[in-house]
Design a binder for this molecule. Sequence first.
Ligand code: PAF
Length: 301
Amino acid sequence: METITDIRQMQQWADATRSRGQRIGFVPTMGYLHAGHLNLVRAARSHSDAVVASIFVNPLQFGTNEDLERYPRDVRRDTAMLLDVGTDVLFLPEAAGVYPPGFQTTVTVERVTRGLCGAARPTHFAGVTTIVAKLFHMVKPHVAVFGCKDFQQLVAIRTMVTDLNLDIEIVGAPIVREADGLAMSSRNAYLSATERQAARSLSKALAAAQALVEHGEVDGLRILAAARRVIADESLARLEYATLADPDTLEEVDAVRRPTLLALAAHFGRTRLIDNCILSRESTARTGWRKSPDSQLSTAN
Ligand code: PAF
């Protein structure tokens, strides 16, 4: 595995790879990798000839009182994991090159970033789409893979790619869960033992909602009430939102008559976690929803 830190060198590698007729697959990350990230690399590999993974903790997507300083970092461990899973290039751009003095250009996706997490994190998605657009120009991928756990991020990036006519295929990869259902996240490392137990309430809430839908419930208020109850029963959990939305537009809906996104955000102590699933009248095992057959309640093995 080659490690590249220089942006110009990354672009030259991409040009040379493309000129050999090879497809470049790309997995952007902020590091502190887990099994979910490794699945993204495997997915990228299945769509390409050469896989680039980047690690860059992007200051632009953190709000002023968020966890930029304490965001977990371990590049040595990440490097070993990426090598092990067959990554071709680890791209570690330096902040000074990514955001040079005088930097003043951002990419903003409007409507799909307003609700859900965007309500509490109004600058977050512009930070994400700006860095992803920049990384796309550095790595020049044919295909890029993002996890469905950050469902709103995935929709924002798809929208950006469509709106800006970027010639890049965007693939959404399944949520990977711990054995007890907790969605894998670099931020799980912040949780104390009791918060870690409490955090299981997120996937339990999704499962409770899905069970109601499978029994024929369509009323959004009742479905949300069931999910909220599971989280309210957990004294260490503070729910930020539980929302039903159209998975394409992210507009809120009040009934589940077709595959529908249920998205949750909750705080466990100082740690904010998100989770989601696509609710469908068919059981999750049989759901084959178009853009995210993947965002289901499967667990890691
Ligand atoms: O999902 C993430 O890790 C980040 O938001 C991303 C896409 C790497 C952009 O910094």
